[in-house]
Write a protein that binds this ligand. Structure first.
Ligand SMILES: Cc1cc2nc3c(=O)[nH]c(=O)nc-3n(C[C@H](O)[C@H](O)[C@H](O)COP(=O)(O)O)c2cc1C
Length: 444
């Protein structure tokens, strides 16, 4: 049996997560709306045989939003362009279930899967910013548990629509004039709690049959949904122990749902800082630290709490008691932060900096970073990683220095195993449910 290898995704995030990264002397200040930047980053990741490029998204801004949030590309449009400038790398788009119709999403992702030759993935998010409702003609932002009920039904409808046409439905017979075989076209006829969708979808089954589902649930509802539905799960763990506990929990949940836990990939998001030697590591680490001011860190900390304004609290007093604040937004992360502040008795300043400043756990020379990744991978905390960077050349350093080290250890692939994102994860194409039913009925 071939050795298990790490899976990698590149989170390509324009001018960066925080408020200060765009000011780095080498940063492209317009990166979030610069196609050339995204093409270059995706090509770097592809040269290193990464499984996928990942584009995050949200749908509400205000004047304190980070520079990337204020002015960025819509993910599916961007990924369609990247499909034409890459050949193997998967293309994972964030699309919310709370402010879209399943028909639209099914059609867009099937189109991306066809355009890219089978490389599409969907990061299913529920949207945590309540202001989003004001942009979508909604009276209120749905509460957290309702958002996950919407998510379950939305994904079920999308996946049903993806099977509207059996694989060989389009006969396109110029002699007979038969464009499609009507027996191989299926109407969904869905009527549920939130959606009423008749179908069929107006696009054929795509190369992957079912584009891959990515999720990042942290809360109880989120974990339940992810373990049941996702092919790959993102998380942002604080420590190895957090990642390990999450990994074990999600694999157990997958088993309880009758799934093969090895077909569910757990991918922590990390921000490695790499240097060729100790001096360069320290120089790059300090550059990254300088990009995060305390003012910006406070605003960043507010995000999982529905953009709460922490500047009203004393910086060096204990982290304030926020009651249930955060329960209806990025609940899992908000709970995690409250717990961390309580367990370690942190002040507001300490928690804010801890949340935003670069960490040391994946900072080092190529061999040191590879050691850390290998430890997580071999000790039940990760099946791979999402690489995100604070410095503008962070992905280049990682792919050019760390990936060869991992390849030499047999832990990272040297070539793509096939053409599709499913091939990269070793997942087969699921049969069309209607074809399967017909085959089973025929056999019986
Ligand atoms: C690596 C990573 C990337 C994420 N990207 C997005 C995103 O682009 N848009 C979004 O609305 N939420 C995003 N999320 C948030 C998750 O969808 C989810 O809301 C969050 O992890 C909290 O879990 P919960 O909803 O179960 O409380 C991301 C989470 C992680 C860990």
């Amino acid at each position: 049996m071939s050795k298990r290898q790490m899976h990698f995704g590149a989170m390509i995030h324009g001018v960066g997560h925080g408020w200060g990264e765009w000011r780095h002397p080498e940063a492209l200040a317009d990166a979030s709306v610069n196609l050339g930047f995204y093409q270059q980053q995706a090509q770097l990741a592809e040269a290193a045989k990464f499984d996928f490029a990942f584009i995050a998204d949200s749908l509400h801004i205000h004047t304190r939003s980070s520079p990337h949030y204020l002015n960025r590309f819509e993910p599916l449009t961007l990924l369609s362009a990247l499909a034409a400038s890459t050949h193997h790398i998967g293309l994972v788009a964030t699309v919310t279930v709370s402010y879209t119709e399943p028909f639209q999403v099914a059609r867009q992702l099937a189109s991306l899967d066809l355009i890219s030759g089978g490389r599409a993935g969907w990061n299913v998010v529920t949207s945590w910013l309540s202001g989003t409702a004001d942009n979508f003609s909604k009276a209120e932002h749905p509460p957290h548990p309702v958002r996950y009920r919407i998510a379950r039904e939305h994904v079920e409808v999308v996946q049903g629509l993806w099977d509207s046409w059996e694989d060989d439905a389009f006969t396109r017979n110029k002699q007979t004039g038969e464009f499609f075989d009507p027996d191989k076209l299926h109407t969904l006829g869905h009527q549920g709690e939130f959606f009423k969708v008749k179908g069929p979808l107006n696009i054929q089954r795509s190369p992957q049959g079912q584009p891959l589902i990515f999720q990042a649930g942290v809360s109880e509802d989120g974990r339940h949904f992810a373990a049941q539905t996702a092919d790959a799960i993102f998380l942002l763990p604080e420590t190895f122990e957090d990642a390990h506990a999450y990994y074990q929990d999600l694999k157990q949940r997958a088993k309880r749902h009758g799934r093969n836990p090895d077909a569910l990939f757990i991918l922590p998001g990390i921000r490695p800082i790499v240097g060729r030697d100790a001096a360069e590591v320290e120089r790059r680490y300090q550059q990254a630290v300088e990009l995060v001011s305390i003012e910006d860190a406070l605003v960043a900390l507010g995000r999982p709490f529905n953009d709460y304004d922490f500047s009203v609290h004393a910086l060096d007093a204990p982290f304030p008691d926020l009651g249930s604040l955060g329960d209806n937004s990025h609940k899992g992360t908000a709970d995690q932060l409250k717990r961390l502040a309580r367990d370690e008795q942190l002040t507001l300043r300490q928690l804010a900096l801890r949340f935003s400043q670069p960490r040391r756990d994946f900072t080092g020379t190529p061999a040191q970073v590879a050691d850390a990744l290998q430890h997580w991978f071999e000790h039940g905390a990760a099946d791979g990683f999402i690489i995100n960077s604070l410095l503008p050349d962070g992905l280049a350093y990682f792919t050019e220095l760390v990936v060869p080290e991992l390849q030499a250890r047999g832990l990272a692939r040297r070539d793509y195993p096939g053409r599709t994102l499913r091939d990269s994860f070793g997942l087969s194409v699921p049969g069309n449910r209607h074809t399967l039913r017909r085959t089973e009925a025929g056999v019986a």
